[in-house]
Design a protein around this ligand. Structure first.
Ligand code: ATP
Length: 235
């Protein structure tokens, strides 16, 4: 579904990503592990079309998509849920979710159906649909952010640090929901620092350090690697 070959991204003279090669097959849940500043968000921005690589090849469903605009990438099914949630705090939960559904702008029933699917996945959002998004707890706000991304009918959903700032119990719940989204048929690329929880729901993963992929493997290979354990799992 997604195939990157030798992707390189610069910010001015700074090389933020260097020769990134990575693939995600339909139906997979692939984890991208990396510390702060490793380049995870930049990689997501490149995949979304928000930053343009200076080098490399990028295929989505077999089509060359380097230079394709972010709105066209969303329309083709590449949807990102950015780090930090980026909600409109004074607007209601419903209005925030609706923003993600612009792909349905000519199809009221499609919008309604997507909304119901999001409310079924996160029943608490149905109860709080008229509340300002900013009044919700951190975990509930993360649900709105993921729900808004789902409103765009992703084929590939990219989640950037969904566990950031959440209490351990909520993190566990969040990863359960991400697994469910994947089982419902959405391919997921998940960037995380919380390696243990992320790997446990994944099929396989990549490790990014200083803008380079330094390791890749199955969930078991990464779990059992001493360096990964020391750097990202802490045991
Ligand atoms: P975090 O989780 O902290 O966001 P990350 O792995 O997502 O980390 P990026 O945000 O992709 O990392 O940043 C990768 C590198 O690129 C960092 O050194 C960062 O300082 C730099 N960087 C990010 N955005 C810009 C920018 N717009 N201009 C210049 N440098 C940038």
């Amino acid at each position: 579904m997604l195939k990157l070959t030798n992707l390189t991204v610069n910010y001015g003279k700074f090389e933020a990503l260097r020769d990134i090669s990575l693939n995600v097959e339909q139906g997979e849940l692939v984890v991208l592990l990396g510390a702060n500043g490793a380049g995870k968000s930049t990689l997501f921005k490149a995949i979304s079309g928000l930053v343009k690589p200076v080098k490399g090849e990028y295929l989505f469903n077999g089509n060359k998509v380097i230079g394709v605009s972010p709105d066209k990438m969303v329309a083709s099914g590449v949807v990102q849920c950015a780090e930090g949630r980026m909600l409109f705090p004074q607007m209601s939960v419903y209005e925030n979710l609706k923003m993600g559904g612009f792909v349905h702008r000519k199809d009221k029933n499609g919008m309604k159906k997507s909304l119901e699917e999001v409310y079924d996945l996160f029943p608490i959002l149905r109860d709080k649909k008229d509340d300002p998004a900013g009044s919700l707890s951190g975990g509930q706000q993360q649900m709105v952010a993921i729900g808004r991304a789902l409103m765009a009918k992703p084929k590939l959903l990219m989640l950037d640090e969904p566990s950031l700032g959440l209490a351990p119990l909520i993190v566990e719940q969040m990863f359960g929901i991400i697994k469910q989204i994947n089982e419902n048929g959405v391919t997921v690329l998940l960037a995380e620092q919380n390696a243990s929880a992320a790997l446990s729901i994944s099929t396989r993963g990549y490790v990014i350090e200083s803008g380079k992929i330094v390791m890749s493997g199955s969930k078991e290979e990464l779990f059992n690697n001493d360096e990964i354990r020391k750097a990202y799992i802490g045991a």
